[in-house]
Design a protein around this ligand. Structure first.
Ligand SMILES: NC(=O)c1ccc[n+]([C@@H]2O[C@H](COP(=O)([O-])OP(=O)(O)OC[C@H]3O[C@@H](n4cnc5c(N)ncnc54)[C@H](OP(=O)(O)O)[C@@H]3O)[C@@H](O)[C@H]2O)c1
Length: 241
């Protein structure tokens, strides 16, 4: 089968189209004919060798695409509840190929209302957010979620899911303009370096904040001027990020 191979390089890397062996379906896995796949942020960093420390070897070339959407063509031993022909989406290693192998435990139905491309962008980010809000955060209706870097990919997904679950959402960003645009998606309150005193006061009054995200920027965000009210509210918070 054809596959797009990600070849990392300090100059941004490159993509090679190569003939590779079609994956063999193992127990607990399903083989999917890929209609769309997406590139995760972590893969982008790998492609650009941004994760390589001095003295470390270059990452190996491998098929790109950490999420895929398509139709099931074959199921492995011990797989139940999934059958050939199902329209699915899920995380995978190597979605930029004609076929991809998915762990059956991570396979989700792809709703008809989503295009293949949209479905291929859902799994990783929404699984991460589901884990933060529901599994770890145990978010309850009426609670308040603090989303650092709300305009990020994970941040927007958190906003959408938190609103769906009946929570209030406070978001931070370096950009007041980005926060303004998120109001159309339900953002209740934004805090940026340009924030006025009024929202800062109401933010400081917020109780029981369930804070989420973001793993790599949280320290920087909490030392940022926009976060003064967040620190004052942190006494009543719990973190799920
Ligand atoms: N995407 C995923 O599926 C996924 C999965 C697991 C974990 N994560 C983690 O989640 C975090 C966000 O990932 P993402 O993919 O959603 O990122 P993203 O879409 O690239 O967004 C990154 C955000 O970081 C903020 N930012 C960038 N530089 C900054 C700086 N110098 N100071 C303060 N803020 C800065 C930007 O905020 P403003 O421009 O709004 O200020 C932007 O909204 C990362 O730590 C990532 O490793 C992501």
């Amino acid at each position: 089968m054809k596959a797009a191979i990600m070849v990392p390089g300090a100059d941004g890397g490159r993509w090679d189209i190569r003939d590779v062996q079609r994956p063999v379906v193992t127990a607990g896995h399903v083989l999917v004919r890929v209609h769309a796949s997406s590139l995760n942020r972590a893969e982008f960093r790998r492609l650009h060798t941004m994760r390589v420390r001095p003295g470390q070897p270059m990452p190996e070339a491998r098929t790109g695409g950490g999420d895929a959407a398509g139709e099931v063509v074959e199921i492995g031993r011990d797989v139940t509840g999934i059958k050939p022909g199902d329209r699915v989406m899920g995380r995978c290693a190597g979605g930029f190929a004609e076929f991809a192998l998915l762990d059956a435990r991570e396979v989700m139905p792809a709703p008809e209302r989503l295009s293949w491309e949209e479905a291929a962008c859902v799994p990783i980010v929404f699984v991460v957010v589901h884990d933060a809000l529901l599994v770890s955060g145990q978010l309850r209706v009426g609670e308040t979620v603090l989303v650092t870097a709300a305009p990020s990919g994970v941040g927007v997904a958190t906003l959408l899911l938190a609103k769906y679950l009946g929570a209030k959402v406070i978001g931070t960003s370096r950009s007041a303009e980005k926060l303004e645009r998120l109001k159309a998606h339900g953002l209740d309150l934004g805090s940026s370096p340009a924030a006025t005193a009024s929202p800062r006061r109401s933010l400081a009054r917020s109780a029981r904040i369930v804070s989420t995200w973001s793993s790599t920027i949280s320290a920087a965000t909490f030392s940022h001027p926009a976060s003064t009210p967040l620190r004052s509210a942190a006494g009543s918070s719990r973190s799920a990020g």
